[in-house]
Design a protein around this ligand. Structure first.
Ligand code: NAP
Length: 296
């Protein structure tokens, strides 16, 4: 079993991005700029946003954090997005999800200028991804592809089982793994809560991507020997012995499954770190596209 270590792989991506930014800034140009909107003060969202802003600083990006109260109206939030859409100094816009119930996430995502959609959730980005055209890939599946690339895991001809069909993880992951690209060309089975015989399907998998949000769901009896295991799950599970009162758990029972696997991602320290790497790669592309447009 080899660990697919998000710390190592994300460090490599960040170093590469930092070097790119240094080159850009040395020419006298401005650095890439990510704007993050955070509504309310959900603990997990605060942690994710803080980590994104911190990583921007580490690699030399500019970042702006727009904080709004939980009771912001949908109209006011859409107006904030329009402001950032028009701001020529902003390359990427990210609205941290989830949003409060009175705001339509779909409307908010669709309001983002697709050229600044660094989270890759806009319908234009999703359409391009489906058609195999250049686009912003949702950060988590993109991060997983970067992880496979970093560890040079061959995927061609493999059977990949993706558990979970959300628009931000499972579905785009299934598109990428089935696509004609260096870390794709898999035969993919996309599973969800109505899939019967999930255990039998998983037992046929060379690669399992678990993205369902059920801690410890993937057990050794679901995994064939030598399978590659990618654990996307992040769930806070109460634990009185932990300093914060909870522990982060993945969707895979790591201790039990690891001995059967050829490669496995840990939680924490796996896919989560790669998600930020994917987001920052997208932001650099948004920046480069903007500079290219200005030169025309
Ligand atoms: P989501 O929108 O809740 O989707 C969960 C998916 O799992 C749904 O498609 C659901 O099926 C399926 N599912 C639920 N229970 C199932 C079961 N027993 N058997 C088979 N399928 C089942 O979740 P998400 O946003 O994709 O996130 C999934 C997990 O990844 C969460 O733990 C989340 O915190 C984590 N996450 C991590 C990162 C990261 O950076 N590492 C990023 C995003 C999300 P139906 O469609 O039929 O309901």
């Amino acid at each position: 079993m080899q660990l697919l270590d998000g710390r190592v792989a994300s460090k490599a991506v960040k170093e590469q991005l930092k070097a790119e930014v240094e080159k850009i800034v040395a020419t006298g140009a401005r650095a890439p700029h990510l704007a993050v909107i955070l509504v309310g003060n959900n603990g997990a969202s605060e942690t994710y946003v803080a980590s994104k802003v911190k990583t921007c600083a580490e690699i030399g990006y500019q970042s702006t954090m727009v904080r709004r109260d939980l009771d912001i109206t949908e109209a006011d939030l859409l107006a904030e997005i329009q402001k950032l859409n028009k701001d020529q100094s902003v390359d990427g816009i990210l609205v941290q999800l989830p949003l409060p119930k009175h705001i339509s996430e779909q409307k908010v995502i669709a309001a983002i200028d697709p050229t600044k959609d660094v989270d890759g959730f806009h319908p234009v980005s999703a359409g391009n991804l489906t058609l195999g055209m250049p686009t912003f890939i949702p950060a988590t599946p993109y991060g997983i592809m970067l992880m496979l690339e970093h560890y040079q895991i061959p995927t061609k001809g493999k059977h990949a089982v993706v558990i979970g069909r959300s628009n931000i993880v499972g579905r785009p992951m299934s598109i990428l793994l089935s696509g004609n690209n260096p870390y794709g060309n898999c035969t993919v089975t996309l599973c969800h809560s109505h899939t019967p015989n999930l255990q039998d399907i998983c037992l046929q998998a060379d690669i399992i991507v678990a993205a369902l949000g059920r801690p410890g769901f993937v057990q050794p009896e679901m995994v064939k020997d030598g399978a590659i295991i990618i654990d996307v799950g992040i769930t806070r599970v109460e634990d009185a012995t932990a300093k914060k009162g909870y522990r982060i758990k993945g969707d895979v029972d790591f201790e039990a499954v690891a001995p059967k696997s050829s490669y496995i991602t840990p939680v924490p320290g796996g896919v989560g770190l790669m998600t930020i790497a994917g987001l920052l790669k997208n932001t650099l592309v948004a920046y480069e596209n903007r500079q290219e447009d200005l030169r025309r």
